[in-house]
Design a protein around this ligand. Structure first.
Ligand SMILES: N[C@@H](CCC(=O)N[C@@H](CS)C(=O)NCC(=O)O)C(=O)O
Length: 228
């Protein structure tokens, strides 16, 4: 049975999973969840994803949510397909630990702040609320300091976990590209190592396939909703 991705086609976490499906050349069907209509809060949905969020996958009856967990599952389950090496050999504990370190950086040192910048700058306006400029400025300054550390790391190695591209790098794309959309792309572009690294990520074919909205590679895509 073809893998099913329950997603909002422009949601950041959904994009993360769809990009990995493209990297790994895994055929998938999209079941579009309309967040505005709160389809993600209906009882049947909550049975699969108890937190009422997108995305989740149904891989022949195996249900999994949390975008980063899904991408790791896909890479480990389909080792022969598509791009190789997106996670290190799981028996190489040091390589795996460096991958975990890079992955935690993405969550704790990048998305935490990028999310606030995007949310305050654009999302609140879309739902008719005033942005909290102090929260915006605070997140901007904190992300700026974190990216100074990224600049040093990427001056010593091409990717965050070392010499090769991993999911930890790709995971930055959904919110990293949103920074450009809200006029904060200079946080990336003003740092040469970060800028070169991020440009190489944005140019991947897998990202081009999903950046304008996730489309199924098999079956139907039912409309485009969701942006955060
Ligand atoms: N940590 C989760 C985050 C999922 C998430 O925040 N999904 C958002 C869309 S990007 C969502 O469903 N928002 C609607 C809601 O929380 O009610 C993941 O990575 O899968």
């Amino acid at each position: 049975m073809v893998l099913k991705l329950y997603a909002a086609p422009l949601s950041t976490a959904s994009l993360r999973v769809a990009q990995t499906l493209h990297e790994k050349k895994i055929p998938f069907e999209v079941i579009s969840i309309d967040l505005a209509k709160k389809e993600n809060k209906q009882e049947a949905y909550l049975e699969k994803q108890p937190f009422g969020q997108v995305p989740y996958i149904d891989d022949d009856g195996f249900i999994l949510y949390e975008s980063r967990a899904i991408t790791r599952y896909l890479v480990l389950k389909y080792p022969q397909e598509g791009t190789q090496g997106l996670v290190p050999d799981i028996t190489d504990v040091k390589a795996w630990a460096l991958f975990e370190q890079a992955s935690s950086n993405e969550v704790a040192n990048f998305e935490t702040f990028a999310r606030v910048i995007v949310y305050e700058k654009v999302f609140k306006a879309r739902i008719g609320q005033d942005p909290d400029l102090k929260a915006y400025e605070n997140a901007f300054n904190q992300l700026s300091a974190k990216l100074d550390a990224y600049e040093k790391i990427l001056g010593k190695q091409p990717y965050l976990a070392g010499e090769t591209l991993t999911l930890a790098d790709l995971s930055h794309l959904p919110f990293g590209t949103r920074l450009y959309l809200v006029g904060a792309g200079d946080l990336i572009d003003s740092r040469p190592n970060v800028s070169k690294w991020f440009k190489s990520l944005k140019e991947r074919e897998s990202w081009r396939e999903v950046e304008k909205g996730i489309k199924a590679t098999v079956g139907l895509t039912l409309g485009h909703t969701g942006w955060d």
